[in-house]
Design a protein. Structure first.
Lengths: 594, 405
């Protein structure tokens, strides 16, 4: 932080000023290069993170966890105690999934994520997931990537503005490497972290995400996470089956959100000593679920998702798995154990999808979609409804399966689930967590839905005098008299021969007319004797008012009122054709009406 | 002014130097991190591969021990450590099928098939599962895809085997003509193999194609000269096809081979009986190739045997004879039943008419009276056995054989 501060407090020496100019230029150049480094390093860390999870899982839960193995209860309980102690005393910032923490870093801490947080997130999330907590590695990977970006950018002493945007760049790289899905990672960061398509950072986000994925693929291979048969929609009515899945997914996401929204603050209100025991208690309960028959709900659960996609569970078991995964994830996350929500969300969705697919196949055998396709659509449905990232959910499904044929059912089911979830639970889960944590981060969903005002909203008909630039100064006086003089007009619009406009103040026009007016006082004010052939356009010079169109944002007009009294708004199709005018007063009044 | 330029220049140089050093250190850090990750990843991959190997071995052992439930658990674990390994996936799908989870297995194989539509093993498993699911068209398609697909180096052996399996499936579905075509193709494409030729021969017999079956028995015998099983099979086929001379010859050779090899003939008692019957039939048969006198003598002997059989059967009815027997009685009192040696020698068509009466008598009396024994039974065999030409291309066994494609 010290370096950042030193660049901010720029001493007023000439050398410091030049250094500041050079620094700005160099930042621009470093930006893309560092994005690649961030992507590569994030990718390497995410690969190591996944290895750590797998290693710890085999070490602690055995190579083939099965029901009635006592260690399924013992391991997460003890791991919970260790995690609680470390979170309390060593890595307090490692709590949670990582998405909100990254957003907080972006909006509150100027992109600052400490190295300790990165280490804590890595170690504690790996321990939690490896020991069987129902959490996923993706969101921690996102935060690890953001942390790497923050560390690197701080090393280079970049400006506060740059430091802030590096966090989402690293987040995209981490998520892309974890999911092996660059497009989804980019979209998620834009949908959930940044909230808008900023051209300034898009290139860097893409570069870092691709770098991260290249590294991850170098180690893990380029195979998609899940493979399902091609989906042939023989009968369009089959989409109804997917629509049912969308409805069920929307309701399930509501249950999941409500459960988390209720339990998390309840547990956080408990005394500090009891909070220390919460991860262990959650681990014990999750271990019991595994011990008594459903070890699949422990850990990230990708193996179980794959098994569900290959129709290896009956629909009743699939429903049970979905239900207990909601319970296990709620316990894991609400207890403050570090770990992500993505994998559990996908798990629940896959189980629901596969159960509905199996059910429909059983009772409507003519349906052609495979269980795998229903499971895959189910994953997207929960992602869209629970995490409220509809666009990401569609691309995520396409990327993790490398199967475009599923796109129609995915879009349909995701939209239904998203709409149901939004209607029944207006506040998204990440926003609920933010409020519970006492933060006030911007809601990306709200931002997306915000309707921006445009110039057309403040547009008024032309009521000021309009003059032609080709008129001579001598004839302007006559024209002005037709408008009743300059007394009531705040400005005069001059249409120049190049099709552009000039908004002149009354004072300017009055100065041009000096010498032609019958009023002698004006003539005496003129600095030089006017030439009768001089046109108004020549007198105005080359400057013109900016070209503005009705569809431009209302805010785009604001900077110009410092120079111009009035802004002509022209038609895009006909150069120079006036649609109306806006004044500063019009713009401010329009904003006040919102 | 010069001071400002100098300061600017120095500041810029410092910045460039600092950035260059920072990028260099970042590159080094990345390289070190990469090396560490690579080292850990190799160790990690080796450990996972070892676990996958161990669990897959357990799965294979469980499958061999017909414990599909255990195999499923083991193979699922193996796939956890080596996801997407086709061999393990195929074994798991197979285990699912063996555990009775046909639909699950079918779905699993379909997933694998998507990735490798030309893989013969996957197609074969899908064919078997489709057969279990009574999806006949799909089963046949998958069998065909398995035959024409890719095998792992043993295609020449596996393709005919799959074709035989397809033929069996078609036979089970009563599609004998298609099955026959598959069998002939399997035999024609495969190199000479005793076991396969015997199997094809037996299956061709079941598809009601004794002529081609006989050819394959011949090929089996040629592949393993003096093999009594092939000779027996061919002899039995010849016997059932009415070629008693060939049957006797083959069965006699088989008997001789067994004796020579000191094999027990108890297990082939039926063949010995068949051989004896064939010998006796040859003694009874009034073959058109015999000299006329000899043929007439045999007709008269058959006539006497049949007449006795008719009389014994008629005596079993105290009241009125059934219409069929009444009609036979009428014929026995007619020219066919009373024709003597002179009449038969003089009239060749009478020979055939008399023999027809003999055959009809054996057939009808078998319907109304007790089963015939002795010569009556043999005459009945002569009466009912179709006369087929079993040797369209080759001569007796042991002679060179043209493969029948």
């Amino acid at each position: 932080m010290s370096k950042v501060e030193s660049t901010e407090v720029a001493p007023n020496t000439p050398a410091a000023e030049v250094t500041s100019q050079v620094a700005a230029l160099r930042e621009e150049r470093l930006f893309l290069l560092l994005s690649i480094f961030i992507g590569v390093i994030s990718g390497l860390l995410v690969v190591s993170f996944r290895m750590a999870i797998d290693w710890l899982s085999v070490l602690m839960r055995g190579s083939s966890p099965q029901p009635h193995q006592l260690r399924l209860i013992v391991v997460p309980t003890i791991a919970g105690l260790v995690i609680a102690l470390f979170v309390r005393y060593v890595f307090p910032e490692a709590r949670g999934s990582g998405v909100n923490q990254t957003k907080a870093a972006l909006y509150i801490r100027n992109g600052y994520i400490s190295g300790r947080t990165v280490v804590g997130k890595f170690l504690l999330s790996a321990l939690a997931i490896g020991s069987g907590y129902s959490l996923g590695p993706e969101d921690p990977s996102l935060q690890i990537g953001a942390g790497v970006a923050s560390l690197i950018s701080r090393r280079f002493g970049l400006s506060r503005e740059r430091l802030r945007v590096f966090a989402p760049i690293g987040a995209a790289a981490g998520l892309a490497a974890a999911f092996n899905a660059p497009i989804s990672a980019i979209l998620f960061v834009i949908e959930e972290v940044i909230g808008n398509w900023s051209a300034a950072v898009l290139g860097s986000i893409v570069l870092s995400a691709i770098s991260g994925v290249v590294v991850a693929r170098w180690f893990w291979g380029a195979e998609p996470m899940f493979r399902i048969p091609v989906v042939n929609l023989v009968d369009p009515r089959e989409l109804l089956a997917y629509a049912v899945l969308g409805v069920v997914g929307g309701i399930a996401s509501l249950v999941f959100t409500k459960a988390l929204g209720w339990l998390r603050p309840l547990l956080r209100r408990q005394p500090a000593s009891w909070q220390l025991a919460q991860p262990a208690a959650a681990g014990f309960l999750i271990g019991c679920i595994g011990y008594f028959g459903l070890p699949q709900v422990m850990g990230a659960g990708y193996e179980a998702i794959d098994a569900a996609m290959h129709a290896q569970f009956a629909w009743k078991i699939l429903l049970l798995l979905a239900l207990f995964k909601i319970v296990a994830t709620t316990l894991s996350f609400a207890s403050g154990t570090p770990g992500g929500m993505f994998a559990p969300t996908l798990f629940i969705g896959a189980m629901l999808g596969a159960s509905i697919g199996s059910f429909e196949h059983h009772f409507f055998p003519h349906l052609t979609g495979s269980i795998g396709s229903y499971a895959l659509v189910g994953m997207g449905v929960l992602f869209a409804a629970f995490l409220r990232a509809p666009l990401t959910s569609v691309f995520m499904v396409l990327e993790v399966s490398a199967n475009y044929s599923i796109v129609l059912p995915v879009i349909l089911a995701n939209t239904i689930a998203y709409l149901i979830s939004r209607t029944l639970q207006p506040v998204p889960i990440f926003e609920i967590f933010t409020h519970q944590d006492g933060l006030d981060l911007p809601s990306m969903e709200e931002q997306r839905e915000e309707s921006n005002l445009h110039l057309e909203d403040a547009l008024h008909p032309v009521v000021v005098p309009v003059l032609q630039g080709s008129e001579t100064i001598a004839s302007v006086w006559n024209s002005m008299t037709r408008y009743g003089g300059l007394d009531d007009a705040p400005a005069v619009l001059v249409h120049c021969s190049d099709g552009l406009w000039y908004a002149a103040t009354s004072r300017e026009i009055e100065s041009f007319l000096a010498g032609f007016a019958p009023d002698a006082t004006l003539a005496t004010q003129a600095s030089e004797p006017p030439r009768p052939t001089l046109t108004l356009e020549q007198r105005l010079g080359p400057e013109r008012t900016p070209v503005l169109f009705p569809d431009l944002p209302l805010a785009s007009a604001l900077p110009h009122f410092r120079r111009w009294p009035l802004l002509p708004i022209t038609n895009r199709a006909m150069r120079g054709a006036l649609e109306g005018t806006v004044s500063l007063d019009d713009v401010l009044k329009r904003y006040q009406q919102r | 002014m010069p001071t400002t330029i100098d300061e600017t220049s120095i500041a810029t140089r410092r910045l460039i130097l600092r950035d260059a050093l920072a990028i260099l250190s970042l590159t080094l850090a990345t390289a070190v991190l990469f090396a560490i990750t690579l080292f850990l990843f190799r160790s990690f991959s080796a450990h996972r591969a070892d676990l996958a190997q161990r669990w897959s071995q357990r799965g294979v052992e469980a499958l061999s021990a017909h414990k599909p439930g255990e195999a499923i658990v083991a193979l699922r674990t193996a796939l956890t450590y080596a996801p997407g390994t086709p061999k393990y996936e195929q074994l798991l799908a197979q285990a699912l099928g063996e555990a009775g989870l046909t639909d699950e297995s079918y779905q699993y194989f379909m997933g694998l098939w998507e990735a490798e539509p030309g893989n013969s093993i996957i197609n074969l498993q899908l064919a078997r599962l489709a057969a279990k699911r009574n999806e006949r068209a799909a089963a046949v398609n998958f069998y065909r895809a398995a035959i024409y697909g890719t095998w792992e180096g043993d295609g020449s052996v596996r393709r005919p085997e799959v074709r035989l399996e397809l033929a069996r499936y078609l036979m089970a579905n009563h599609d004998l003509p298609s099955a026959r075509l598959e069998l002939l193709t399997a035999g024609g494409n495969a190199p000479d193999d005793y076991d396969r030729d015997m199997t094809i021969g037996q299956l061709l017999e079941q598809t009601e194609d004794p002529a081609d079956a006989f050819v394959y028995y011949q090929r089996a015998s040629a592949a393993r000269p003096g093999d009594p099983a092939a000779l027996d099979a061919a002899g039995r086929l010849a016997y059932r096809s009415g070629d008693f001379e060939e049957a006797h010859h083959l069965l006699e050779r088989a008997y001789a081979e067994r004796e020579q090899k000191h094999e027990s003939i108890d297990s082939n008692a039926d063949d010995v009986t068949m051989m004896d019957n064939a010998a006796r039939i040859l003694e009874l048969l009034p073959s058109p190739t015999l000299p006329v006198r000899m043929r007439v003598v045999r007709i008269l002997a058959a006539q006497a045997i049949a007449r006795k059989r008719f009389a014994a059967c008629s005596a079993e009815f105290s009241a009125k004879l059934p219409p069929a027997l009444q009609a036979l009685g009428t014929r026995w009192y007619g020219a066919d039943g009373t024709a003597g040696a002179t009449a038969l020698l003089r009239n060749p068509s009478q020979q055939d008419s008399t023999m027809q009466l003999v055959y009809d008598t054996e057939v009808q009396t078998e319907k109304f009276c007790a089963a015939p024994t002795g010569d009556d039974a043999l005459l009945l065999i002569l009466a009912t056995t179709p006369k087929l030409n079993l040797q369209p291309q080759a001569g007796r066994l042991g002679q060179p054989i043209t493969p029948h494609d």
